[in-house]
Design a protein around this ligand. Structure first.
Ligand code: ADE
Length: 418
């Protein structure tokens, strides 16, 4: 079998960690049993481009149990857990192409290796697999049943493709499921971003001036958790409604120019490019820490920072110091890539449980319905979203009420007033 991983001898260590993560993924565990029995993906070729983590390994095991032929590559050059990649290749026996720290050429060669397996379904995180398939292999689009997309950035790219009539097959926006973004983006990114910052720097957050760029679900989560650790939080946001929400959530709200001079620790989570630029580095305090938790490493203008710096050195794992000619030092974490995956382990398993349950159920849905869906971006069917919520509540031992017949009648009757 074809694969490319850093070190196949890491498989045993990876397996222990995959099993541990699995013990925090009860919904996925339930689906694995169901998939093994019902074989909803029997014989289907599925190509995945995801962060290669212990949680993703558990998803791959579910897809394989459901009968799929799975191939996997990394969705970011710096997020692969090499022991997990080894376990997937050696023990689960799937073609895996993922090497932590791979360069851009290798990253795209790995995507090509997945495409060479002729997937009928794509499962993407950031849309690089889908874009490469469309750009380089348009002749393969006709064979596709459909795809699913894990993250906000990928959904934005897909919607742009749809707008331009460039989308060659239906794709489900898993990110937009309630049981995905309200939990993974908010609580997952919130916690794991702080985790990445702390593992990289070991700084005290209490009393630190902490700036969050972007107040989408990820930004909300990061700001909330930073505040919870005692940081003084400021939010920069271009959307007036979100900026207002940030203000009423109790955060300072200011422009990027104001924040650059005010802040001590900066986290970009906007999905947009060059949020922090030369003019901002010019006014930052000595010792300022910069990191990104958005999908791509384009939010901080690293080339400009490098150009301004008199010297650059790695002072500890995941921490690069840029010394400026006037003596100030700025610290960039995880090379500006997703700090939660570059410097920590990504979102905890118990939240990925819900995201990946949506992915597994959407793959089965695409096998059943893909050929009848338009070549558009589709929302996750409500039944899937609700089933994931129900299964998660059940796994947490939480029971909820249902409406009484009288209450149902009341809600359906618009004539009952004062
Ligand atoms: N994205 C964020 N955290 C992740 C994780 N733990 N596994 C896969 N994808 C992720």
């Amino acid at each position: 079998m074809n694969y490319d991983v850093t070190d196949a001898s890491l498989a045993e260590a990876g397996g222990l960690r995959v099993e541990y993560a699995g013990s925090h993924m009860p919904v996925l565990g339930k689906l694995k049993e169901r998939f093994a029995k019902e074989q909803p993906l029997a014989g289907v070729r599925l190509g995945a481009c995801l962060h290669v983590t212990t949680e993703t390994a558990n998803l791959m095991a579910v897809l394989k149990a459901g009968g799929a032929h799975v191939a996997l590559c990394a969705s970011n050059p710096l997020s692969t857990q090499d022991d997990v990649a080894a376990w997937l290749a050696v023990e689960l026996g799937i073609p895996v192409f993922a090497v932590r720290g791979e360069d851009n050429d290798t990253y795209y060669q790995h995507i090509e290796a997945v495409i060479a397996e002729n997937p009928q379904i794509t499962m993407d995180d950031g849309c690089d697999l889908v874009c490469t398939l469309h750009d380089k292999h348009p002749q393969k689009l006709g064979d596709m049943l459909g795809g699913s997309e894990e993250t906000t950035t990928g959904v934005i790219r897909l919607r742009a493709m749809e707008e331009n009539d460039a989308l060659g097959y239906p794709v489900i926006a898993v990110n937009d499921a309630n049981t995905k973004h309200l939990f993974d983006n908010r609580y997952g990114t919130g916690q794991s971003t702080i985790d990445g910052i702390l593992r990289a720097t070991n700084v005290l957050l209490a009393g630190r001036r902490f700036v969050v760029f972007g107040y989408g679900w990820c930004g909300r989560g990061v700001a909330m958790r930073a505040k919870g650790m005692g940081a003084v939080v400021a939010v920069c946001e271009v959307d007036p409604l979100r900026a207002l929400e940030a203000a009423m959530d109790g955060h300072l709200v200011m422009t990027v120019a104001e924040a650059a001079a005010w802040g001590e620790l900066f986290v970009t989570v906007t999905g947009c490019c060059h949020v922090l630029r030369a003019e901002h580095f010019e006014v930052m305090k000595d010792g300022a820490i910069l990191c990104n938790s958005g999908h791509f490493d384009i939010e901080i203008d690293i080339a400009a920072l490098r150009k301004m710096a008199a010297s650059e050195r790695r002072v500890r794992p995941s921490v690069d110091e840029f010394a400026l000619p006037d003596g100030r030092r700025l610290y960039l974490l995880g090379e500006g890539r997703l700090v939660n995956l570059a410097a920590a382990e990504g979102h905890p398993a118990s939240v990925m449980d819900m995201s990946f349950a949506n992915q597994a159920l959407c793959a089965a849905y695409l096998v059943r319905e893909g050929k009848s869906l338009d070549k558009r971006v589709h929302t996750v069917p409500r039944e899937i979203d609700e089933e994931v919520a129900r299964l998660k509540l059940e796994s947490m031992g939480i029971s909820i009420d249902s409406l009484t017949p009288e209450q149902q009648k009341y809600l359906a009757d618009y004539q009952i007033g004062t």
